[in-house]
Ligand binder design. Structure first.
Ligand SMILES: Cc1cc2nc3c(=O)[nH]c(=O)nc-3n(C[C@H](O)[C@H](O)[C@H](O)COP(=O)(O)O)c2cc1C
Length: 256
C-alpha cells in the first residue's frame, strides 16, 4: 500500500495540490519530511519542502494552491521522504495537445493522417503533425529493396528525429505507419526505440496501414508499449480506410 495520496484539482487558472498521509497508515514517527515537485513545459519547475512534528497539521500533508505560469502538460511528484513513499500525477492547463507522428513511403498513411488532422482539430484539441523521414529514402522497387528488407526485420533505420520533439509535451500521441512484410515500417520502429523510457505511461494510439484486411495494429502497439507508452487505442486501416469514427480515438486519447 502506498503511504500517501495525491490529488490535483483545477480551480480556474490555478491548481490545488493536496498531498496527504493515508488515514489507514499507522506510524510512530516524531516528524515527517515532505517534498512536492512540479515539472512542466519549457522546464518550469516548482518545489515545496517542509518538515512537521507529529503535533503539527502539516505532519499529515498539505494543500497548496498554485498558478501554473503557462499552458501545457505538468507532472506533480509528492514524496514523504521519511517513509520513502512517492506518488505522481499529471495535469494539463489549456487545450489538450495531440501529436500525430507518421511515416509514409507511398502516401497512403500521409493521406490518412491528413484526414485525421482535419477531424481531430477542434476547440478543445490542438493537433501537431510530425512526418518521419529517413536520411536516405528507400528506392523502388520497394518489395525487393535489400536495405528496406533488412532494416524492417531488424526494426532499425536511419530516421531523423523531428527537431525538439518531446513526447512529454503532449497530452497524447498518435503513431501511424505502413506495414512492411508483416511488420511496422522500420523508420517508425526505430523512432519508437529512440523514445524508450522518455515518457512512461503517456497515452498513445497506434495506427497501421496495409493492403491486406488483417489487424496488424497490435504489432505497432507492442513497439509503443516496449518504449513505455500506454496504448489506449489501435486500429489497422486497410488501403488507408479508417474502420470507425475518429470520436472514439479522441475519447480514448483524452481518457474521457
Ligand atoms: C515493402 C513492402 C512490404 C509490404 N508488406 C505488406 C504486408 O506484409 N501486408 C500488407 O497488408 N501490406 C503490405 N504492404 C503494403 C503497405 O503496407 C500499404 O500499401 C501501406 O498502406 C503503404 O503505406 P504508405 O503509402 O504510407 O507508405 C507492403 C508494402 C511494401 C512497400
Amino acid at each position: 500500500m502506498e503511504a500517501i495520496s495525491l490529488n490535483v484539482e483545477k480551480e480556474g487558472d490555478e491548481v490545488r495540490i493536496c498531498a496527504s498521509l493515508k488515514p489507514e497508515l499507522q506510524c510512530s514517527c516524531l516528524e515527517h519530511e515532505w517534498r512536492i515537485k512540479v515539472e512542466g513545459p519549457g522546464n518550469v519547475i516548482q518545489e515545496w519542502g517542509w518538515r512537521a512534528r507529529a503535533s503539527e497539521e502539516a505532519y499529515k500533508g498539505l494543500s497548496i494552491k498554485w498558478k501554473p505560469p503557462t499552458e501545457g502538460e505538468y507532472r506533480v511528484k509528492a514524496e514523504l521522504t521519511s517513509h520513502r513513499a512517492s506518488v505522481e500525477r499529471s495535469f494539463r492547463m489549456g487545450k489538450a495537445r495531440i501529436a500525430l507522428v507518421y511515416y509514409s513511403r507511398t502516401g497512403t498513411t500521409r493521406k490518412l493522417v491528413e484526414k485525421l488532422v482535419s477531424e481531430l482539430q477542434s476547440s478543445e484539441v490542438e493537433v501537431s503533425v510530425h512526418e518521419l523521414k529517413v536520411r536516405r529514402e528507400y528506392r523502388r522497387p520497394l518489395h525487393i529493396n535489400p536495405r528496406l528488407i533488412v532494416e524492417t526485420f531488424r526494426g532499425v533505420a536511419d530516421v531523423q528525429i523531428p527537431e525538439g520533439f518531446d513526447p512529454c509535451a503532449y497530452s497524447a500521441l498518435v503513431f501511424a505507419c505502413p506495414i512492411w512484410a508483416g511488420k511496422p515500417a522500420a523508420p517508425m520502429a526505430s523512432f519508437l526505440k529512440s523514445l524508450a523510457g522518455k515518457c512512461p505511461g503517456k497515452p498513445v494510439a497506434c495506427i497501421t496501414t496495409s493492403l491486406a484486411a488483417l489487424d496488424y495494429s497490435p504489432r505497432l502497439a507492442r513497439l509503443a508499449e516496449a518504449a513505455g507508452f500506454k496504448v489506449v487505442y489501435r486500429l489497422n486501416a486497410t488501403r488507408g480506410t479508417l474502420p470507425g469514427a475518429t470520436s472514439d480515438l479522441v475519447k480514448a486519447l483524452l481518457q474521457k
